[in-house]
Design a protein around this ligand. Structure first.
Ligand SMILES: NC(=O)c1ccc[n+]([C@@H]2O[C@H](COP(=O)([O-])OP(=O)(O)OC[C@H]3O[C@@H](n4cnc5c(N)ncnc54)[C@H](O)[C@@H]3O)[C@@H](O)[C@H]2O)c1
Ligand SMILES: O=c1ccn([C@@H]2O[C@H](COP(=O)(O)OP(=O)(O)O[C@H]3O[C@H](CO)[C@@H](O)[C@H](O)[C@H]3O)[C@@H](O)[C@H]2O)c(=O)[nH]1
Length: 440
């Protein structure tokens, strides 16, 4: 099939590359000239494991091309994906200016029947708005379909190629046939496609993200209570996750959820609820609890240093909002680092992928080439991202480098017993703290 993908961000690049890999002819369109020039040279601007190999192969074999010209990009395409940003507007609702802007542009340049696919996360009713915007100037027939994306950054290729499900919202039989053809290779491999109407598909995306954010937030509150009652949240996770009705995934307590999706999508669904006169109380609690959770370690580190962080050197491991990505959008690390700087601390950081993305935003940090270099003469270590390489460090080496053997861990990377054996003072989430100052 001939496919156009408008928007070469995270979703656009994964969508374009994966559909090229399944044998389609894909043209990706972006208004960002620098990005398109880079892409045309075969330089991929995001870090996503497994994507580069597919990207290189499909460019080399001529199935994947890039342009800044929308008209050229959509020429002859049977399907046109809109993978455009939907950032939060001032009132928390998803800002549709990119989507509707492209929809307006599409009307006069469509030359043949095409299915226009909302891949972006968009509020209920957007397919109708996109359709109306295109119809204003269109001279040919078209359909607008909602096909939300559920991929996770860091495992995006796998999520795309082996999705738990594909959701397609359309009430047009003609568009349904095109969508069945598009996803036939995935269906043949046993991945289900669930058809529904446009509004239900749009709601499904927000319901999925909000439910996952709720699940994490619930565990974060259980963790907070565990600290008070003397229970261990990791045991609770194992104890409830084995119940198949609850499920093992997305039960890891930590320093709050971040990223480019959960925060904005929970907020947007809450705004939709308000607009329709429904008071969605659980969603509002999720947002409030998560805001607090992100700051969970700050009072602990402040108290540890008797209320004064001025002149202390705090090492930070992890900047990305989660491992296997260089994405720092809504990353808990950033808010914490800003608070440390405001309190007068010096901050040394290490992240295997995300440092270049932070340098412009926070130039006053000391960026280190290795995790250990960040510990040199540090008064404490804070951990915000669970990169695998942080899980099994050389504790003796850490002890020699650090001024004080104290760790504030927002991701529960270490067993309490290991911390006791290594005589580290250790604060984590939802577990008792280890005070090696007293026991050493
Ligand atoms: N990032 C994820 O993991 C993820 C997963 C599922 C769904 N989503 C949703 O997918 C959508 C896109 O997310 P993203 O992370 O890929 O966005 P992004 O911000 O990384 O990329 C968007 C791209 O669109 C381009 N663009 C803007 N206006 C344009 C125009 N008029 N014409 C052509 N290109 C234009 C930008 O230059 C940019 O390259 C959002 O709605 C998001 O909520 C994201
Ligand atoms: O048990 C868990 C699981 C995740 N998180 C946090 O939750 C956030 C989001 O993680 P994850 O869902 O893995 O990352 P995203 O790439 O943001 O993916 C989410 O958002 C995407 C954009 O909408 C959707 O497509 C995905 O299905 C959805 O998982 C991160 O801050 C994680 O640290 C936890 O704190 N505990």
């Amino acid at each position: 099939m001939k496919i156009a993908v408008v928007g070469t961000g995270y979703v656009g690049l994964v969508t374009g590359t994966c559909f090229a890999e399944t044998g389609n002819q894909v043209t990706c369109v972006d208004i960002d000239v620098n990005k398109v020039t880079r892409l045309q040279k075969g330089d991929i601007p995001i870090y996503e494991p497994g994507l580069e190999v597919l990207f290189d192969r499909n460019i080399a074999e001529g199935r994947l091309t890039f342009t800044t010209d929308l008209k050229e990009g959509i020429k002859g395409a049977e399907v046109i994906f809109l993978a455009l940003p939907t950032p939060p507007g001032e009132d928390g609702s998803a800002d549709l200016k990119y989507i509707l802007g492209v929809a307006n542009d599409l009307g006069p340049i469509l030359e043949n029947y095409a299915v226009i696919i909302d891949k972006s996360t968009v509020p209920v009713g957007t397919a109708e708005k996109v359709s109306a915007a295109i119809r204003l100037n269109a001279t040919v027939d078209f359909d607008v379909v909602s096909n939300p994306e559920f991929l996770r950054e860091g495992v995006a290729v796998e999520d795309f190629m082996k999705p738990d499900r594909v959701v397609v919202g359309t009430t047009s039989e003609k568009a349904k046939k095109v969508m069945e053809k598009l996803y036939a290779p995935l269906v043949r491999q046993g991945n289900p496609v669930i058809f529904m109407d446009e509004r239900s598909a749009e709601m499904t995306k927000y319901a999925a993200n909000s439910f996952l954010a709720l699940k994490i937030t619930f565990m974060n509150e259980i963790a907070n209570l565990c600290e008070k009652v003397g229970a261990n949240v990791d045991d609770i996770r194992r104890g409830i996750g084995t119940d198949s009705r609850i499920g093992k995934r997305f039960l890891f307590a930590g320093i709050g959820y971040g990223g480019s999706c959960f925060p904005k999508d929970v907020q947007a669904l809450a705004k939709t609820s308000d607009d329709y006169g429904y008071d969605f109380r659980t969603l509002k609690s999720v947002m409030a609890v998560n805001d607090d959770q992100k700051k969970r370690l700050l009072p602990l580190i402040t108290e540890y240093f008797d209320g004064d962080l001025k002149g202390k050197t705090i090492a930070v491991w992890g900047l990305a909002f989660k491992p296997y990505t260089d994405d720092i959008r809504e990353a808990p690390a950033l808010e914490n680092i800003k608070a440390l700087l405001a309190a007068g601390a010096n901050v040394t950081v290490y992240d295997p992928e995300a440092m270049d993305n932070v340098k412009g935003l926070l130039p006053d940090l000391t960026y280190c080439h290795t995790a250990y270099a960040a510990l040199d003469d540090a008064d404490a270590l804070m951990i915000f991202t669970e990169w695998p390489q942080f899980r099994t460090p050389d504790f003796d080496k850490m002890a020699k480098l650090m001024k004080e053997k104290v760790i504030f861990d927002g991701r529960n990377l270490y067993e309490l017993e290991v911390m006791r054996e290594n005589q580290f003072t250790y604060y984590s989430i939802g577990r008792e703290s280890v005070d090696s100052k007293v026991t050493a």
